[in-house]
Design a protein around this ligand. Structure first.
Ligand code: GTR
Length: 359
């Protein structure tokens, strides 16, 4: 399922021999996820656990900001329950409340639950509203619970507004993407308590900024079996160093007039100096290993850097191989067309999940 560029393949070979290998052409070398910051190589699975922590800490401190643990106090209130798809599913709306007192804050979520006996996989989507999964009925038929949450309840996606989640945790320096990823983890807390859920089959999907969130959530939360970032680009599945033509750069995305607030404030200091970043986005992908990641992108979506996404996929493969995961666990898919979340993207993700879950 994976597709190779000859250039990317060359990159992998070079990385096998040297952590500081140079690429042909003028692309900067990529840091090696299997080499610690102090230069020693990951030799054992235990080493990888340490290296994984090192990578996670770097990504949080430099790129996304620090995040709190799950709140000790939270509750879920069902606000409505209706039949959906002519009785095939129950459409349950829930308000989750985190913390208590003045700093308590809420997040709305929707769950389409197959109305038949069984344990179902769950696919979680972050968005600005509920009801945005175009193939929801098909997912229900094929044995999935569709879980959607309103990420903007936690942080409204405005540069000059501190959202309720950030207000509740003033000690954390998390940017908006991390806040939204934290929300996805809270959905997992909730679904893990539902009798209809197969907790081994949790997937996270998101598009564009939501795709960045899906990959970050999957990288940080081991309960997730598969991460499905769609059109995620910079800050998501695409490399910062290796920019295809017209791709969004680190400088462009962290511009204070654009999306600087999505990230830790430190990230912008690497704009134009990407070669000094101690990681690139293949590290985010490598954090998911040996669990599965399937990124979906469009060849015409140059701003989201499909070329840099393929290269990140290839550059994370060494970690999947090291952990003995099947090559198919780290896959990317490209369709024709532009930046969009299409039924085709979803169907590709569904095929991938069905294969993975043996459905
Ligand atoms: C763009 C941004 C992308 C992507 C997109 C979106 O303007 O540059 O990184 O996140 O917005 O989320 O729609």
């Amino acid at each position: 399922m994976r597709r190779h560029h000859s250039l990317s393949f060359t990159l992998q070979i070079l990385l096998l021999f040297s952590a500081s290998a140079s690429l042909p052409g003028d692309e900067p070398p990529l840091p090696d996820p299997l080499v610690f910051n102090d230069g020693h190589r990951v030799e054992t699975r235990e080493d990888w656990q340490h290296r994984r922590n090192e990578i996670r800490d770097m990504l949080l401190s430099i790129e996304y900001g620090s995040m709190p643990l799950a709140p000790e106090k939270w509750n879920a209130v069902i606000t409505s329950e209706n039949e959906a798809f002519s009785g095939k599913a129950i459409d349950r709306r829930v308000t989750l409340t985190f913390g208590e007192g003045e700093k308590a804050f809420t997040m709305r979520a929707g769950f389409l639950i197959p109305d038949r006996p069984g344990k179902f996989a769950v696919v979680i989507k972050n968005d600005v509203a509920i009801g945005h999964v175009s193939i929801a009925e098909r997912l229900i038929e094929q044995g999935y619970i569709v879980a959607e949450y309103v990420r903007t309840d936690l942080d409204p996606d405005e540069s000059n507004i501190t959202g309720p989640a950030q207000k509740a945790y003033p000690a954390e320096d998390w940017g908006t993407l991390a806040v939204w990823a934290w929300g996805g983890m809270r959905i997992i807390d909730y679904v893990m308590g539902l009798p209809q859920v197969n907790g081994e089959q949790i997937a996270v999907f998101g598009h564009s900024r939501g795709g960045k969130v899906a990959l970050l959530t999957g990288a940080l939360d081991d309960r997730i079996a598969v991460s499905l970032p769609n059109g995620s680009g910079a800050g998501g599945a695409a490399l910062y160093r290796n920019q295809g033509p017209k791709a969004e750069s680190l400088a462009a995305i962290t511009d204070p007039a654009r999306f600087g607030y999505w990230f830790s404030s430190m990230l912008r200091s690497f704009a134009g100096k990407e070669e000094t970043l101690p990681f690139d986005q293949h590290f985010l992908r490598a954090l998911v290993a040996p669990r599965a990641v399937f990124s979906t992108d469009a060849r015409g979506d140059l701003w989201a850097n499909p070329q840099g996404t393929q290269e990140a996929c290839d550059a994370a493969a060494s970690v999947y191989a090291f952990l003995g995961a099947p090559e198919s666990a780290n896959a990317c898919h490209f369709r024709d067309g532009e930046h969009d979340e299409t039924a085709e993207d979803w169907k590709a993700a569904l095929r991938f999940m069905n294969d993975l879950f043996g459905k």
